[in-house]
Structures are given as structure tokens and as C-alpha cells.
Design a binder for this molecule. Structure first.
Ligand code: CA
Ligand code: CA
Length: 362
């Protein structure tokens, strides 16, 4: 009996292997290009847009232009209030009304990515709101560890600029930033989730002499490193310059710390959400994805848009699931600020203290 039973098991196993080996029939609709298949044929025309964004704008990298596209996605969308009167949200007004909005101090430096995205959108017949939000999701796909963000297309172009004052400045107090973000519909926890974007970000305009100095040591990876490094004791002004307005002491030569990031990491209203991401890549990534999807729909009605998430590539996984203490630092350098829970145990990198290089110029 035992022998028969084993044989039966073997047959079932063989069948399982056979069915796994058979190629699954792709029942999705064929695009007019005769190559790509999609669930929603309206997404076909965005496939060449996606591919050209990756090759022409982002050069296949989680680099300066990918970072800047995620940044403009926030700056464009946050021109919005749940009470009205602060712009049309994720409507591309940052490009369509660039002469107005790019002159606002909080949008300093965004003109560079607009110079790339505006002619690109025009050439591909895509609205500015779409090129910004779709572009942001495609940009994220190049950054290891970044989530797939639900991505809609079909936005109409903006009809008016957003007023000044909708984009928080890094020198604004936490209370002021949380109030502005609440006005746009975001909770404090969602604000911290959105700040995961600072894992792939750098400054240009606060200290132009150290342009492209990143906010964490891994600006080409959407990892949790920023949530640890902002909690390290600050003792450096990178480049020996500053502090600029909105800058505070950073822990590593070459790394730039925003005053608002430092404050959010230590404020009782946000410190526990901040700390919860330090050793939890999947939590950070998930909550960022939810908040970004919400951001991309500010001022929009998703029922009038088309969900083309299916054509957004998946990012490679992060190389680590928890942050690592930079070489030369110890646990004693961490200013743990969440009263409710213990700081997670982390590994420490070996070797001499590193200088964080600037993000290469694109
Ligand atoms: Ca806008
Ligand atoms: Ca990073």
C-alpha cells in the first residue's frame, strides 16, 4: 500500500510539473503594435511613452531625472485643498502654468525637469498632468525597493495655476506643514509615508555649491536608510558651507539634512511612524504607494480616468529590508524619538566613515 501511495504521489507531482511547464495562455488584448498585450486597450498608447521616458529622460537609472520627476509629482499635486481655492491638484499646472508656478520659491529647481518633460509630453500627445504622475510611477520603477504605485491616465490639462504657498518649505515648523497637508487631505502618517521619497532625493537650491547632495547615503535605492540617517546626531555641514535656510547639521560628509525631516523624525506626532519604517521596508513601501496613489488623484475623479498600473514596470527588490548603521556610527548616535516603542536592532556597516557622493548630473 505504501508503495502504491508513493506512486500516486509521484504521478500527481509529475502532473503538477507538467502543468507548471505549459505556457499560460495570455488572454489579454493585443495592442495595435501587434506585440504588447494589456487588459485595457486604452493603455496601449502609453507603452511607447513609458519606454521613451525610461530611455530618453531617465536614461534607465534611478538618477537625477527620476528623482526630479517624483518631486514634481508632489509639487504639482499638492496645489490643492479639500476646501477648494488652492489649485487643481495633479493637473499638470506646474508645467502648463510654469511661468507662474516655477517662480514660487518652494519650486526652485523644478524648471530643469519641466524643460525635459514639457517637450516630451508635447511630442507624445500626453497631458502634463499625466506625464508628471505616470512619469513618477515609471521613475520609481527604476529605483530598487520602490513599490508599484496605482497609476491613472487621462487627466485634462490644467485651466489655472495653483496659488503660491501650497508646497511646504523645509524651514516651516511641523505644525504648519501638517496643517497644510491636512488641508490637502493627508494625515500625519501619510505625510511621513510620502517622505519616503527623500530616500531617492537630493537638494540643489538651498546650497547650490553642493548641488545634488542627497538626503541619505543611497539616493539610487528606495530603501529605509533615510529614516535611520535623519535620526543620527548631526555634526556636519556638508562642504563646510551653510547652513542654508531649511538646512540643519547632517551626520555624514556629503549628506544634506532638511530641517523639516529632522523635525518630523523627532516630533511626538510623527516620530513613531518615522521609526516604524526604519527596519520595515515593506511597510514603508506599501504606505508610500498608498499615499502616492492618493496624491496622483488630487483634484481628479478616478472614474473619468483609466487605470494603467498594468504597464508600470516593477522595481527590483531592495537589497536590505532594514536600514544599516553607517560605518563609523554606533547605536549611541541614534536619537531615538518614539516614546511608545523600542528602537529596532540594526546591523552596522564596517569600514572607515564614508563620504556621501553627489548624485551624478543628468
Ligand atoms: Ca497642480
Ligand atoms: Ca535611499
Amino acid at each position: 500500500m505504501a508503495f502504491t501511495g508513493l506512486r500516486a504521489f509521484a504521478v500527481i507531482a509529475a502532473l503538477a510539473v507538467a502543468s507548471n511547464a505549459a505556457p499560460a495562455l495570455d488572454t489579454r488584448a493585443l495592442c495595435p503594435d501587434g506585440v504588447n498585450r494589456v487588459n485595457n486597450l486604452q493603455c496601449c498608447r502609453f507603452i511607447p511613452v513609458r519606454d521613451a521616458l525610461i530611455s530618453e529622460i531617465f536614461e534607465g537609472q534611478c538618477g537625477e531625472n527620476a528623482h526630479s520627476t517624483v518631486r514634481i509629482a508632489f509639487h504639482d499635486a499638492i496645489g490643492f485643498s479639500t476646501r477648494g481655492g488652492k489649485g487643481g491638484g495633479a493637473d499638470g499646472s506646474m508645467i502648463a502654468f510654469g511661468a507662474t508656478e516655477l517662480a514660487f520659491a518652494a519650486n526652485a529647481g523644478i524648471d530643469e525637469i519641466v524643460e525635459d518633460l514639457q517637450p516630451f509630453a508635447d511630442a507624445h500627445g500626453v497631458s502634463y498632468g499625466d506625464i508628471i504622475q505616470f512619469g513618477s510611477s515609471v521613475a520609481l520603477s527604476l529605483c530598487p525597493g520602490a513599490p508599484l504605485v496605482q497609476t491613472f491616465v487621462g487627466r485634462r490639462n490644467a485651466t489655472a495655476p495653483a496659488p503660491d504657498g501650497t508646497v511646504p518649505d523645509p524651514f516651516n515648523p511641523v505644525t504648519q506643514i501638517l496643517a497644510r497637508m491636512a488641508d490637502a487631505g493627508f494625515s500625519p502618517a501619510e505625510v511621513i509615508a510620502l517622505l519616503a521619497s527623500h530616500s531617492i532625493a537630493a537638494q540643489d537650491e538651498i546650497e547650490p555649491n553642493i548641488a545634488r547632495s542627497p538626503f541619505d547615503s543611497t539616493p539610487d535605492s528606495f530603501d529605509t536608510q533615510v529614516f535611520l540617517e535623519v535620526l543620527l546626531k548631526g555634526n556636519v555641514l556638508p562642504g563646510g558651507l551653510g547652513p542654508g535656510e531649511g538646512e540643519v547639521l547632517s551626520p555624514l560628509e556629503g549628506e544634506f539634512r532638511l530641517e523639516s525631516d529632522a523635525a518630523f523624525a523627532r516630533d511626538p506626532r510623527t516620530a513613531c511612524t518615522w521609526q516604524s519604517f526604519v527596519a520595515n521596508q515593506s511597510l514603508m513601501s506599501r504606505q508610500f504607494a498608498t499615499a502616492m496613489a492618493k496624491l496622483g488623484l488630487l483634484g481628479q475623479n478616478s472614474r473619468q480616468l483609466v487605470d494603467c498600473t498594468e504597464i508600470i514596470p516593477r522595481a527590483k527588490p531592495a537589497t536590505r529590508t532594514a536600514a544599516i548603521i553607517p560605518a563609523g556610527k554606533t547605536r549611541q548616535d541614534i536619537e531615538a524619538s518614539c516614546a511608545q516603542s523600542a528602537f529596532p536592532n540594526l546591523q552596522t556597516a564596517r569600514g572607515p566613515p564614508a563620504t556621501v557622493p553627489p548624485v551624478p548630473e543628468q
